[in-house]
Write a protein that binds this ligand. Structure first.
Ligand SMILES: O=P(O)(O)OC[C@H]1O[C@H](OP(=O)(O)OP(=O)(O)O)[C@H](O)[C@@H]1O
Ligand SMILES: O=c1cc[nH]c(=O)[nH]1
Ligand SMILES: [Mg+2]
Length: 217
């Protein structure tokens, strides 16, 4: 399904295709999966995406005593700010925070207008300055890319220069939009799907990630 040539060369994209990640994503794709099982699969997949994304986090040494000897321990020197994009990104927030308990969290609320496919913002709760802080944006779906570009522009306006978009699924069109926007972002996803359909949904995709978790609005 994903063809490597559909990933823009100028964009740093990691596709986490570990068998356990692909299996959880398959559960999410299956239309028979109910809301509860969908949320559980997204939590599991988030664990794997965050684990891979966080390989490059900066660390520092601190002296500690084990019960046996003195040694140098390792801790994160600059934990990321986690930013779930409501609603659908909320289903990734707790799991990401469990893996990186030192992290702080900000929130962005966006709803895509299903006619224009443009994001309508309804909430922003972010620290005023993000200079020097890595930021992980949590949103299961990167479709046209409009919501992600809007979110990253909110972050860069506050000084962020190191943003990671953590998505269950990405469409080639969304990756192309991100690359063209020339923002300081890399993408970690479990799949680059085939395309968008005429309604702006990812194909084969998994449907509306917000509705699949919380019910239709
Ligand atoms: O790449 P785009 O074309 O902008 O689409 C992606 C956006 O669509 C979904 O949210 P939605 O607007 O459906 O809101 P919801 O999470 O409340 O369902 C998804 O969670 C992204 O935020
Ligand atoms: O396929 C899609 C596209 C946008 N938002 C979703 O939740 N799903
Ligand atoms: Mg939705």
């Amino acid at each position: 399904m994903p063809a490597p040539h559909e990933i823009p060369e100028s964009l740093d994209v990691t596709v986490v295709d570990h068998p356990l990640a692909v299996a959880r994503l398959s559960t999410m794709r299956d239309a028979r999966t109910d809301n509860d099982a969908f949320r559980a699969a997204l939590r599991d997949l988030t664990l794997m995406l965050i684990y891979e994304a966080s390989r490059s986090l900066a660390t520092e040494r601190v002296p500690i005593h084990t019960p046996v000897a003195r040694t140098q321990a390792i801790r994160l020197s600059a934990p990321p700010l986690l930013v779930p994009v409501l609603r659908a990104g909320l289903g990734m927030a707790d799991q990401a925070h469990a893996l990186i308990p030192e992290a702080q969290m900000g929130f962005v609320g966006l709803a895509r207008d299903e006619t224009t496919l443009l994001p309508t913002p309804y909430m922003v709760s972010l620290p005023e300055s993000l200079a020097g802080r890595p930021v992980y944006v949590l949103d299961p779906m990167l479709a046209t890319g409009g919501s992600m570009v809007h979110t990253i522009e909110l972050l860069t306006a506050r000084g962020a220069t190191d943003v990671t978009a953590i998505c269950a699924l990405a469409a080639p069109e969304g990756l192309a939009t991100l690359a063209a926007a020339n923002l300081p972002v890399r993408v970690v996803t479990a799949s680059v799907d085939e395309r968008l359909n005429d309604s702006g949904y990812i194909v084969p995709g998994l449907g509306d990630a917000g509705d699949r978790q919380f019910g239709a609005v």
